[in-house]
Design a protein around this ligand. Sequence first.
Ligand code: BG6
Length: 487
Amino acid sequence: MPNPFPEDFLWGGAVAANQVEGAYNLDGKGLSTADVVKYCPPGERQSLEQLLSMTRPELEDAIRDSDSGNYPKRRGIDFYHRYKEDIALFAEMGFKVFRLSISWPRIFPKGDEAVPNEAGLRFYDDVFDELRKYNIEPLVTISHYEMPVHLVTEYNGWESRQLVDLFVRYAETVFSRYRDKVKYWLTFNEINCTLKAPFLGAGILMEGKTNEKQVAFQALHHQFVASALAVKRGREINPQFKIGCMLARKLLYPYSCHPGDVLKAQAENQMAQFCSDVQVRGYYPSYIRRHWEQQGVKIDMLTGDEAVLRDNLVDFLSFSYYMSSAVSTDESLTDTTEGNLSTGLKNPFLQASDWGWQIDPIGLRVVLKEMHDRYQIPLFVVENGLGAVDTVEADGTVRDDYRIEYLAQHIGQMAEAIADGVELMGYTSWGCIDLISASTSEMRKRYGYIYVDQDDEGNGTLQRIRKSSFYWYQKVIASGGADLNNN
Ligand code: BG6
């Protein structure tokens, strides 16, 4: 097959502010929802839900705790001070694009003040200028799993309609400031996460809520409206902007060919695409109405909301893809697998990562083809990668052949999908430099091409080391995706 990747394909890597920056209380930054998440050692973890949720007393303790606990996202990997060194390494790999997020509380420390924090704005000016030096295009997520913690204590996050205006003001501020420095934008990271992990995705405390689904869907409605209004304002500020939505796209297979299993998998995959149905097509899909009815959900919509959703569609659809799992109607099947924000049944045909995420490169091709058929707009894989334990050898090298194999297989399937006719804009693999895990706050779960010397407790020199995958990805990019071999 001739190399199907287009010349202008955006090769690169991705991170999020709260997982890399550190400097959580410097230069006027406010406390964020990520800064209040405490490290929980593997032996003490009960479930993924427990790791991702937050109670009011826990939150209040963390806000009072100036630094005595282990809050890994407060320190990140010190990208705040080392971004020049890190960007130089990305440039050495040949990155065309770097996906990063802006920390909302760096710009609006509390979230509801009238004037932004100039020092925060200046930091991202410097980062974007540094990227420009190397001709690396920034791809900016406006909200990636964090918001000012004040918006939780005062408004209960996105449960409140008031967040719409506060977010739009924040978005307008960064659109205007970086009008000529940033072209590609994403409004919310993995917007569908609000349904699975409401604190992580929407800053919501669920204690005392009688119908959690009601709260989550209402919050999501506010996020949809805020995202659409941001698209509108963004286009007014710079018509050249390309603004996308972002979805966690986990593929679900029917465990068997029993029609009940097929129907169940179809329904779950529909739910995985429910958010893009709204943001790409501009209206709530019909199937969601029945779901709401069954769950006792009634969405409070203002006059004009539906027009806002309809008139401000995204330019492209981006998504994360790490894994797949299976579903069944047979309740005796209980062998489940871990996963990206949710669990599912083990698939006997797949291997899993050390964290139990099932590795499925063909699933990426399935998802790409399905979304292309469904939406007919450009797609962008903005997260994909293998979380693994890496070892620094005695000679100082890190040989991560397992990661190369994972990435090569997934890129290979992207190539097939493009040959199948899918319009794919780019690929930013996740955690191009080792960072703090979003779900477990671990450091030992590494995704990077660049090793960072730091452990789960924050010990280490923070030295950056090029892994074997660094040189491999450099070759992949130089060959425009034609050479995926590990040699
Ligand atoms: C995605 C998030 O869900 O998965 C990232 O957008 C996250 O922020 C990534 O880091 C990998 O998950 P984890 O839990 O291994 O960090």
